[in-house]
Ligand binder design. Structure first.
Ligand SMILES: Nc1ncnc2c1ncn2[C@@H]1O[C@H](COP(=O)(O)OP(=O)(O)OP(=O)(O)O)[C@@H](O)[C@H]1O
Ligand SMILES: [Mg+2]
Length: 442
């Protein structure tokens, strides 16, 4: 799948999703309108029912049939007097209740001409009742003045929304779920894309790194095959050493990549033993000083921890610090000044490795512990690496129950801080085994 195709699919899916949301909003509006109409119809039916009941109760003459319209010849306003608030209230309550409307309502009978109320419930807001849509003409009861019975529902909007609520909620949840899933798919696609790029960088780097020792070995063995070289024991020794060194380099690179695959699957066991970490650090620094001195740099150590003997996997411990020192050297092209400090408290042991090198921008700091991640340097490939070191550090620190933190400023330097807890909880650690684990990185 190429970038453009993925981009087009994502854009189309986004447009589709936005379209669905708009269509849904449109249908919500329609549904609300329909519910309003239905509510109006229901209230009309109820009001008609009430009027019919009123006729039954107040009709001084006998019914021709049950139709209100045919009983409209009652001219006497006296009829109004026969209707009392309690009766009207109970009739309205019953009719609305039968139609499933239980909300509180205000009601009254008023003249459309004078807007004067002939009958009204207690605490009625006349303005609201007059403005209400739910009314029915009472011309049957008093034709001349055009009296109407009007009802105002305090929570009409809530009733209508309440009826639609379950459906709206469900469809909104579905859309949110869909949008969430879509976002997740885009995120995964993006990650996959980045991972793909990182993997191809890794393969390029790897090929490059492998090429040098392979060609050196091939050249040296070619020389060894020459009779004049073969006869000269000094030169044989020189080329044999070259082959040996380059072969060791190749082996350690292959080992490193293979071990990384094991790390990735979590198939490793730590061999925890009490060890003097200060002594290990001192020994290690001796090795690194040899590498730093010719480059005109220096390494300062400040070992202040009061408790420095505790259980660690020695080989992994060495590898973790080696990786940090290795990075500090690699990424300090100008000012090669490294400081290693240790300190301790009640809960654990701390190590910091600080350099005055190129630093890491905030944006990249979040990613540097990911497998194969390397800060992009454009087309510059002067600093070799696979992006495995810090991933290794993070994974092994977690296996020790500890943590690794970075603080860095671009062009000013970086500081990596390790924390080893004295009591760790990680049950993947094999404490019984006294053998030390194999070297992973160096
Ligand atoms: N001390 C540092 N100063 C500046 N950048 C650093 C430092 N340490 C790590 N980085 C950045 O973090 C990235 C990841 O580091 P990591 O050690 O995982 O990989 P690497 O050094 O590139 O390769 P490898 O360790 O596998 O040889 C590096 O590519 C580098 O850009
Ligand atoms: Mg590294």
């Amino acid at each position: 799948m190429n970038k453009r195709f993925i981009g087009t699919v994502i854009s189309l899916a986004t447009i589709g999703l936005i379209g669905i949301i708009f269509i849904q909003l449109f249908w919500f509006q329609k549904a609300i309108k329909l519910q309003e109409d239905q509510f109006n119809n229901q209230s009309q039916i109820a009001l008609k029912g009430v009027v019919n009941q009123l006729f039954k109760k107040t009709q001084p003459i006998s019914f021709v049939d049950n139709d209100c319209a045919q009983l409209c010849d009652l001219e006497s306003p006296e009829v109004l007097k026969a209707i009392n608030v309690v009766l009207l209230n109970s009739l309205l309550t019953k009719e609305f209740h039968d139609l499933g409307i239980t909300s509180h309502f205000q009601f009254g009978i008023y003249s459309t001409l004078t807007k004067k109320f002939a009958i009204k419930g207690s605490g009625v807001n006349e303005r609201k009742v007059v403005k209400s849509n739910h009314k029915i003409a009472l011309t049957c009861l008093h034709k001349a003045d055009g009296y109407v019975l009007s009802v105002y529902f305090d929570k009409e909007k809530d009733i209508i929304n309440g009826r639609l609520f379950p459906l709206m909620l469900l469809s909104q949840l579905l859309v949110i779920g869909l949008a969430g899933l879509f976002g997740y798919v885009v995120y995964i696609l993006n990650r996959q894309k980045k991972l793909g790029e990182m993997k191809s960088d890794f393969v390029n780097n790897m090929t490059h790194e492998f090429k040098t020792p392979i060609s050196t070995i091939s050249l040296a063995s070619e020389m060894l095959l020459k009779p004049e070289v073969f006869a000269d024991s000094n030169r044989v020794g020189k080329y044999a050493k070259m082959i040996y060194d380059e072969n060791s380099r190749l082996r350690s690179m292959v080992e490193r990549v293979l071990q990384m695959a094991i790390l990735d699957k979590g198939e490793y066991h730590l061999k925890m033993r009490e060890a003097d970490t200060h002594q290990i650090i001192r020994d290690l620094i001796q090795r690194f000083i040899l590498a730093v001195k010719p480059l005109g740099g220096n390494i300062c150590i400040n070992l202040k921890a009061t408790r420095y003997t505790f259980k660690i996997d020695k080989i992994h411990f060495i590898n973790i610090i080696s990786n940090l020192l290795d990075n500090a050297i690699k990424y300090s092209p100008e000012k090669l000044h490294i400081t290693l400090k240790t300190w301790s408290d009640d809960i654990g042991f701390y190590i910091s490795v600080e350099d005055k090198g190129m630093g890491i921008s905030q944006e990249h700091q979040r990613h540097i512990f990911r497998n194969l991640y390397r800060v992009p340097t454009g087309n510059l490939h002067n600093v070799k690496g696979f992006g495995l070191g810090l991933y290794y550090v993070k994974t092994l620190m977690a296996a020790h129950g500890g943590t690794v933190k970075v603080s860095s400023e671009l062009r000013k330097g970086s500081k990596f801080e390790l924390f080893f807890p004295f009591i760790h909880q990680n049950n993947t650690i094999d404490e019984q085994d006294s053998e030390e684990s194999q070297s992973v990185t160096g």
